[in-house]
Design a protein around this ligand. Structure first.
Ligand code: NAD
Length: 298
């Protein structure tokens, strides 16, 4: 028996993208400003190429100036840093992102920290992380995946999460930690769990909000989840499944969707949940950056 509402991330992202497109057209008409997004990809990782293509396509459909820089997988770090420096100084560019993961010889921290904080639309710069942690989100860039999760949580529970228990599974810098900061800022009581957490299922059982960002297929089961909880599944796992006698690769999340749907109030599917929101939040951050650069306020 399914009771949970299926949170349609695709539809939510499409509505948000429509509003971004409208605001972008108004910004161009009124102020002659077109948000510019530069995506840097190094090497030929097939998954990264798909992500970059989607980002470029979405940026163009929102009416942005969109550029892609493709560097060979053996690119020297000095060349990557030189390109970032040029983009930092390019007034037509308001958002810069370097697609991760990077080839092994490149220092991820040196590269992400070279992007000027005011164009760091991925929210990975220590300045933006610090602002988020300190609750100064008015001019910070928040990482796109947790920002998208937060919008979906707000849709279900409102902006003030006072009295709600939230459990975040995973403590990465990209998802788990910024997610916890956002939930805390919305007044939730937040527990961050990870691979060293004891009795994880018992911790999750106390949560009104569960955000799973682990990378382990179907890990969260119905008997972990409090009836009526809102469950956000960030995980993207490629697994082999046999459907109608045919074995194929499919995407699945960290939450056993069919099982948890029996107890949760609302749940995001994979695919079609958090993923589409992530790309759209990148566009929201880039538009915001263009407005802030012009002194127009976020
Ligand atoms: P990560 O590998 O950096 O972090 C995983 C976290 O899970 C770690 O903090 C680790 O301690 C924790 N963990 C590992 N095993 C655990 C266990 N058994 N119990 C509890 N915690 C455990 O990963 P990430 O970058 O945070 O990504 C997590 C997942 O989310 C991945 O599947 C990734 O593909 C997906 N992801 C999706 C989007 C999206 O847009 N939908 C964006 C980013 C990441």
């Amino acid at each position: 028996m399914t009771v949970a509402k299926r949170i349609d991330g695709k539809a939510r992202a499409a509505a948000l993208a429509a509003s971004i497109t409208e605001k972008t057209a108004a910004l161009l008409k009124k102020h002659g400003i077109k948000p510019g997004l530069a995506v840097v990809i190094i090497g030929e990782d097939p998954a990264s190429q798909v992500y970059v293509r989607n980002k470029k396509r979405t940026a163009e459909s929102c009416g942005f100036h969109s550029v892609q820089h493709t560097l060979p997988k053996n690119a020297a770090e000095s060349d990557v840093l030189k390109l970032i420096d040029e983009l930092n100084n390019d007034t037509a560019i308001h958002g810069i992102l370097v697609q991760l993961p990077l080839p092994d010889h490149l220092d991820e921290q040196a590269i992400t920290q070279a992007i000027t904080p005011s164009k760091d639309v991925d929210g990975f710069h220590f300045v933006n992380i610090g602002k988020l942690t300190a609750g100064h989100t008015s001019d910070a860039f928040v990482p796109c995946t947790p920002a998208g999760c937060m919008l979906m949580i707000e849709d279900e529970l409102g902006r003030d999460l006072s009295g709600k228990n939230a459990v975040v599974i995973g403590r990465s810098n990209i998802v788990g930690k910024p997610m916890a900061s956002l939930l805390l800022q919305a007044n939730a009581t937040v527990t961050v769990t990870h691979s060293r957490t004891k009795d994880l299922s018992k911790v999750v059982a106390g949560a009104d909000i569960v955000v799973a960002a682990v990378g382990r297929p179907d890990m969260v089961k119905a008997d972990w989840v409090k009836p009526g909880a809102v469950v956000i599944d960030v995980g993207i796992n490629r697994v082999e499944k046999t459907v109608d006698g045919e074995t194929k690769m499919v995407l699945t999340g960290d939450v056993d969707y069919d099982d948890v749907s029996k107890v949760a109030a609302a749940i995001t599917p994979v695919p079609g949940g958090v993923g589409p929101m992530t790309i759209t939040m990148l566009m929201a951050n880039t538009l915001r950056s263009a407005r802030l650069a012009a002194g127009l306020g976020a």
